[in-house]
Ligand binder design. Structure first.
Ligand SMILES: [Zn+2]
Length: 135
């Protein structure tokens, strides 16, 4: 059993939540210009990471709000929980876990303006765990 710390409600059993897939998958800038292959990759192809993975979660039986979570897919350790629309804490440099604020801002998956930035910011050392990371 996982105890998931909802940003709005606090720690709750994982049965109150629904997994929403990989986080930070940007909506294509011009969907009409994509080939069928590119569109299929946007719709169906996701990373299959072994280790730290950014994913979306919905507190479906609680506040019904979406949030992002950094979770280790091997150990199930929850490393950070952060609002939708904010960058990954381990890549942005400023951990935003445990802000306690509800975010109704659209994620990058729905805005179509954000592009994945995997190399623009230097990655932080893995030894600095985000504050407020819960298990
Ligand atoms: Zn909640």
């Amino acid at each position: 059993m996982l105890l998931i710390s909802c940003p709005n409600c606090g720690s709750r059993d994982e049965t109150e939540f629904h997994y929403g897939g990989q986080a930070h998958v940007p909506y294509p800038e011009n969907p009409n210009e994509l080939t069928d292959r590119e569109w299929a990759e946007y719709l169906f192809y996701r990373d299959n990471t072994k280790g730290t993975f950014a994913e979306r979660w919905l507190h479906s039986t609680g506040c019904r709000q979406w949030f992002n979570m950094l979770r280790d897919t091997v150990t199930y350790d929850i490393q950070a929980i952060y609002p939708m629309g904010t960058p990954r804490p381990d890549k942005a440099g400023t951990p935003t876990a445990d802000t306690g604020t509800a975010s109704t801002a659209a994620d990058s998956t729905t805005t179509g303006t954000a592009a994945p930035s995997t190399s623009s910011t230097p990655s932080l050392s893995r030894t600095t765990a985000p504050e407020g990371a819960t298990k």
